[in-house]
Write a protein that binds this ligand. Structure first.
Ligand code: HEM
Ligand SMILES: [Ca+2]
Length: 345
């Protein structure tokens, strides 16, 4: 499948209408023929009834040994869905005929969890060949991991199809940067259809997982080229962060580089939800983009609401994760079912 079909696919997706129910995409093939293609609950109920069970049991098994699989997959899902929709475009490897992978772009270099999706895909292929998309496996696996990490459950529809190309240039420019100010973050999320409340709740994903020093070192030693730390950092916290992250990185690789957990205020241990928002209220956000949520009246009031009302956060987070997981999906007849998640079939 060459570039032309990739191009065609892109055009179809740019032209498809966006309704507020984002998973409904009427696709007009000719003047007469309209296919109302939608995602469905349990889309594989006849074609592969074991699929969702295989995902869930694999993630459960892995989580016991490696709980960091949950944050890794949640971040992978975000980086897939935010770039041209939930189509597994982030999972493709670069190819010799020149399709550079999103994986190989700067903002994606510390993504993890690719092998997890690949292994689940192989297990599913063994029982239902060429049936279940990598895009569906990723959204299901991320949801199941999140639940194990203490996050809310949300129902997912399925029937996504996999992209024919990876969108490296778009990823390089559209994956949000941790150095972004609030207005940039809000513009970026608004361009994908998320309002302020939804953006604040989505960032609650940072309740789990780790940020490596490279993503916030400049805040500690040389904020915006001033040679001084970020003035919004609470002094004791600045001291703690500096003790974790030296001014220069002498580790040999990303995996060795130290980091800090983002949703942990030191007092109560890592709990999904309110802790993250509390860190922001206390001026202890790790990433600049996180702390910036306190810089606007509207976003700050949502941060405060989520910091004090766990069930409100869980409800909003479940809703917004459903929306993220159905962003601009490809459905039949677009896209394909890959046989191996890192390669076009
Ligand atoms: C303004 C928007 C965002 C920015 C700038 C941002 C940036 C980052 C950065 C720099 C890291 C650290 C990566 C590393 O050290 O390897 C990170 C981690 C993470 N991000 Fe985000 N992120 C954003 C939004 C989101 C959203 C919307 C989600 C999911 C819904 C998400 C999920 C995660 C998770 C779970 C981790 C931890 C990964 C792990 O420990 O393996 N992020 N993010
Ligand atoms: Ca994508």
């Amino acid at each position: 499948l060459g570039n032309q079909s990739g191009e065609q696919q892109k055009n179809d997706r740019f032209n498809s209408s966006r309704s507020s129910i984002s998973w409904i995409h009427p696709i007009i093939l000719s003047n007469k023929e309209v296919i109302d293609s939608t995602l469905e609950y349990d889309y594989y109920r006849d074609s592969c009834p074991q699929a969702e069970y295989i995902v869930r049991s694999s993630i459960r098994f892995l989580y016991k040994e490696q709980p960091n699989v949950a944050p890794a997959l949640l971040r992978l899902l975000f980086h897939d869905c935010f770039i041209q929709g939930c189509d597994a475009s982030v999972l493709l490897d670069s190819t010799i005929d020149g399709n550079q992978s999103e994986k190989d772009t700067v903002p994606n270099q510390t993504l993890k969890g690719f092998h997890v999706i690949e292994n689940i895909k192989a297990e599913i292929e063994a029982v239902c060949p060429a049936t279940v998309s990598c895009a569906d496996i990723l959204v299901l696996a991320a949801r199941d991991g999140l639940v194990l990490a203490g996050g809310p459950y949300y129902p997912l529809t399925t029937g996504r199809r996999d992209s024919l190309v990876s969108f490296a240039n778009i990823a390089a420019s559209e994956v949000p940067s941790p150095q972004d100010d609030l207005s940039k973050t809000l513009t970026s999320f608004a361009s994908k259809g998320f309002d302020e409340r939804e953006t604040v709740s989505l960032l609650g994903a940072h309740s789990v997982g780790v940020a490596h020093c490279q993503f916030f070192r400049s805040r500690l030693y040389n904020f915006s080229g001033t040679g001084l730390p970020d003035p919004s950092l609470e002094p004791e916290f600045l001291h703690l962060m500096r003790s974790r992250c030296q001014s220069s990185d002498d580790s040999k690789s990303h995996t060795e580089e130290p980091g800090m957990s983002m949703g942990y205020d030191g007092a109560t241990g890592p709990v999904f939800g309110t802790n993250y928002y509390n860190t922001l209220v206390l001026g202890k956000g790790i990433l600049h983009a996180d702390q910036q949520l306190m810089a606007g009246e509207g976003t700050a009031s949502w941060v405060e609401a989520y910091a004090s009302d766990e069930s409100l956060f869980r409800r909003d987070f479940a809703q917004v994760m459903m929306k993220l997981s159905s962003l601009r999906v490809l459905t039949k007849p677009l896209g394909q079912i890959r046989l191996n998640c890192s390669r076009v079939a």
